[in-house]
Design a protein around this ligand. Structure first.
Ligand SMILES: Cc1cc2nc3c(=O)[nH]c(=O)nc-3n(C[C@H](O)[C@H](O)[C@H](O)COP(=O)(O)OP(=O)(O)OC[C@H]3O[C@@H](n4cnc5c(N)ncnc54)[C@H](O)[C@@H]3O)c2cc1C
Length: 372
C-alpha cells in the first residue's frame, strides 16, 4: 500500500502549504484556488477513472475511481481546510455520473478538464420537496425536437455559482428519471450561506435547453446513476469526517499539554485524560470502518452495510470529537479564528449531506431485517 502512503504524504504537504492562505480568502476564491492547486498537483486525477484520463492505479479497475485513494486524500485535506476538501471531492461527485452513463462524447469533452482542474463540477439532485427521498424529484425534462427543456429548482447545491458543469436529475412527463450534464450558461443561481464556508445555493432551470447529446444514460436510468454515484462517494465523506476529527484531537492534546489551571497542566487532570483516550479510540474505530468500506468498494464487492456504518459512525463520532475539543479549549474554543471553532462548524454538514445519519440507519436496518 505504498501508493496510498505516498498519496497521503502528497495531499498532506499540499494541504499544509495551502490551508493557512485559504483561511484568509472568501469561499469562492478559496474554492477556485483549491481546484487550481489540486489540479496542478495532479491530485484531481484521482477523481476521474483512468479510462477517462484519470490516474492509472492498481487500487481499482480502470472504469472507476479508487475509494481508498479518495478517502486518503480527503482525510488529509480536511485536516487542514473544509473548502479544500470540498473542492477536491466535488470534482468527482459532480462528474462521475458522466463516466457511469457511458456517454463517450460528454466524457471526452468534460472529464480530462475536470481531472486538470480546468472545469469545476457540481451534482444537482436535491430539491425543496426531494431531500432524503430523491425519488420525489419534480424538475421536468420535456422533449423539444432534438433538445430537452429542463424546468425546476435545485437546492443546497455545492459549487453553485462557481461550477462550469452541473449534473442534473430530472423527470420526464411519463415520470421517468433522467440525468443531464448541463453547462453553467443555461442555469440561474441564487446563493445562500451555511454554517461554514461552502459555496452553495439554488440552481434554477427555467426551460433550460440542452441537446439530447447531453443526456447521461438512458431515459429512466437517471435515479440509478445518481444513487450509484452517491454509493461510490459516500465513504469518502466518512473519511473527511475522520480528517476533521483527527485535527480536533491534535488541537485538544496540544492545548491541554500547554494550558495550566489550578497550578497544573490541564493534561494532568484525569477527567480530561480519559476523554482524550476515548476520543482517540473512537476515532480509530471510525477510521477502521472507513478502511473496511473503501477496501470492499475497490475490490468491487457488495458494501451496502459497510458504507452505511462508516458514514454514520465516522460523521457522528467526528461531531462528538469536535465538540469535546471545543470544550477543552474553554472560551478559546468558541472564539472566531480558533482552529477547533472552525472544525466544529465545518464538520456539522457531513452528518446531513450524501444521506443523513438517519438515512444511514434506515439502510443498515433494511440490510439487517429485510435482506433476502
Ligand atoms: C452543506 C450541504 C451541501 C450539500 N450539497 C449538495 C449537493 O452538492 N448536491 C445535492 O444535490 N444536494 C446537496 N445537499 C443536500 C443534502 O443531500 C440534503 O440536505 C440531505 O439529503 C437531506 O435532505 P433535506 O435537507 O431535504 O432533509 P429532509 O430529507 O427533509 O430530512 C429532515 C430530517 O428528517 C430525517 N428523515 C428524513 N426521512 C426520514 C425517515 N424516513 N426516517 C427517519 N428520519 C428521516 C432526516 O434524517 C433529517 O434529520 C447538501 C446539503 C448540505 C447541508
Amino acid at each position: 500500500m505504498n501508493e496510498l502512503v505516498n498519496l497521503r504524504a502528497e495531499a498532506a504537504s499540499l494541504a499544509a502549504e495551502l490551508g493557512p492562505t485559504l483561511c484568509e480568502m472568501g469561499e469562492d476564491d478559496a474554492l477556485r484556488a483549491s481546484v487550481r492547486a489540486l489540479g496542478e498537483a495532479g491530485l484531481l486525477r484521482w477523481t476521474v477513472p483512468a479510462s477517462h484520463g484519470g490516474e492509472a492505479t492498481e487500487l481499482c479497475g480502470p472504469e472507476t475511481v479508487s475509494v481508498r485513494a479518495l478517502s486518503a486524500i480527503r482525510d488529509e485535506l480536511a485536516y487542514e481546510h473544509g473548502v479544500l476538501d470540498l473542492a477536491f471531492i466535488m470534482q468527482g461527485l459532480g462528474s462521475f455520473p458522466i463516466a457511469l452513463s457511458g456517454n463517450a462524447a460528454v466524457a471526452a469533452e468534460v472529464l480530462p478538464k475536470v481531472a486538470a482542474g480546468e472545469c469545476v463540477a457540481a451534482f444537482a439532485v436535491t430539491e425543496e420537496g426531494a431531500g432524503s427521498s430523491l425519488g420525489e424529484v419534480a424538475t421536468t425534462a420535456e422533449r423539444d425536437g432534438d433538445d430537452w427543456k429542463l424546468t425546476g429548482k435545485k437546492t443546497y447545491i455545492s459549487n453553485a455559482g462557481v461550477a462550469d458543469r452541473y449534473t442534473v436529475l430530472a423527470r420526464t412527463g411519463e415520470g421517468e428519471a433522467i440525468l443531464f450534464s448541463v453547462p453553467e450558461s443555461v442555469v440561474k443561481v441564487e446563493r445562500f450561506e451555511v454554517l461554514a464556508p461552502h459555496p452553495i445555493g439554488e440552481v434554477i432551470l427555467e426551460g433550460a435547453s440542452v441537446p439530447d447529446s447531453a443526456r447521461l444514460g438512458d431515459v429512466g436510468a437517471g435515479l440509478d446513476i445518481a444513487l450509484a454515484n452517491l454509493g461510490r462517494f459516500r465513504t469518502s465523506v466518512a473519511a473527511a469526517a475522520c480528517g476533521f476529527a483527527r485535527r480536533a484531537l491534535d488541537e485538544a492534546v496540544s492545548h491541554l499539554s500547554e494550558r495550566e489551571q489550578f497550578g497544573r497542566k490541564l493534561s494532568k487532570f484525569q477527567g480530561l485524560r480519559f476523554e482524550i483516550a476515548e476520543m482517540d479510540a473512537r476515532l480509530r474505530a471510525a477510521q477502521l470502518l472507513v478502511d473496511e468500506a473503501a477496501e470492499r468498494l475497490d475490490e468491487g464487492a457488495e458494501a451496502t452495510s459497510e458504507v452505511a456504518r462508516a458514514k454514520l459512525i465516522a460523521t457522528e463520532t467526528a461531531g462528538w470529537i469536535c465538540d469535546r475539543a471545543v470544550q477543552h479549549h474553554g472560551g478559546l474554543g468558541v472564539k472566531r479564528g480558533t482552529v477547533v471553532e472552525r472544525l466544529y462548524r465545518e464538520e456539522r454538514a457531513l452528518r446531513i449531506y450524501e444521506g443523513t445519519s438517519e438515512v444511514q440507519k434506515l439502510i443498515l436496518a433494511k440490510e439487517i431485517f429485510d435482506k433476502e
